[in-house]
Write a protein that binds this ligand. Structure first.
Ligand code: AP5
Length: 249
């Protein structure tokens, strides 16, 4: 390409980065609604990172950092971690270069106080949330999704004993998966269950969702940016619905 053309393209990119609003999307939904399942496709499409406060907190717990140690018990019980800790984590994360043109928030904000803190933080750079995409799934459908999930800790790859079983899975005489046979398709490493993926913790997670997280939708409703997507059906069909919603966001 000629130098003139290259300069022209670079100017266009700079203009785009300076004046185009950052794409700031909240992927919203109950535990097990499909946020973690659908967000990698959004990352690929929009070329912006997914910021999951749940993943960041689990990493902090594994590394035994101060915020991690302070969050461990609440997370295992399915309760919310303090607003102060999660807002602190997000504040630092969105300053990183890969968030320059936008990001997808998965699992944040989960309280009205977190939403207000996010709005305030974004306002300092002239930004605002552009879109809230709510994946809607009835409570009754979630226990099977959550209790059947297993994950590969290092990569975050997620499986499900009936819908997305690992290739290695073998069933015992009782028809249940044999734990030792559950390994990651790519690395062969053992899969694990999240400590909060139990029926008892799910009850608490749903209760926090209904009492503290649903009001976040009201918070953004007046801005006309909330869209509800039916999160039931096959994973591919949910993606098609999500894609259609993103086109009109
Ligand atoms: P977090 O990690 O955010 O958990 P969550 O919101 O409970 O969400 P999940 O990861 O369980 O659900 P998902 O929607 O991603 O489901 P997935 O796509 O994997 O938070 C964990 C904890 O951290 C919280 O409880 C809290 O303690 C703390 N925390 C995090 N953020 C916080 C915040 N902002 N403030 C305070 N505390 C915070 O799908 C689940 C399963 O269903 C998978 O097996 C999948 O294969 C399957 N599945 C997905 N889609 C379909 C489909 N269409 N059909 C059939 N199966 C499907």
């Amino acid at each position: 390409m000629q130098q003139g053309k290259i300069d022209e393209a670079e100017t266009a990119v700079q203009k785009f980065e300076s004046f185009w609003p950052r794409k700031i999307v909240i992927l919203f939904g109950k535990p097990g609604a499909g946020k973690g399942t659908q967000s990698p496709k959004m990352v690929e499409l929009l070329d912006i990172p997914q910021l999951s406060t749940g993943d960041m907190l689990r990493e902090a717990v594994a590394k035994k950092t101060g915020p991690g140690l302070a969050s461990k018990a609440a997370m295992e019980a399915g309760a919310l971690v303090t607003d102060e800790i999660v807002v602190g984590i997000i504040t630092e994360r969105i300053k990183q270069d890969d968030c320059a043109t936008g990001f997808i928030l998965d699992g944040f904000p989960r309280t009205v106080a977190q939403a207000a803190a996010l709005d305030k933080l974004l306002a300092t750079t002239g930004d605002a949330v552009n879109s809230v995409l709510q994946l809607s799934v009835p409570d009754e459908a979630l226990e099977e999704r959550i209790c059947g999930r297993c994950i590969h800790k290092a990569s975050g790859r997620s499986y499900h004993v009936t819908t997305i079983p690992p290739a290695s899975m073998k069933l015992g005489a009782d028809g249940q998966p044999i734990k030792e046979s559950m390994t990651d398709d790519e690395t062969g490493e053992p899969l694990m269950q999240r400590a909060d993926d139990t029926a008892a913790a799910l009850k608490n997670r749903l209760s926090s969702y209904h009492n503290e997280t649903v009001p976040v939708l009201e918070h953004y409703k007046d801005a006309g940016i909330v869209q509800t997507i039916d999160g039931q059906g096959s994973i591919d069909s949910v993606w098609e619905k999500l894609l259609a919603a993103m086109k009109t966001a």
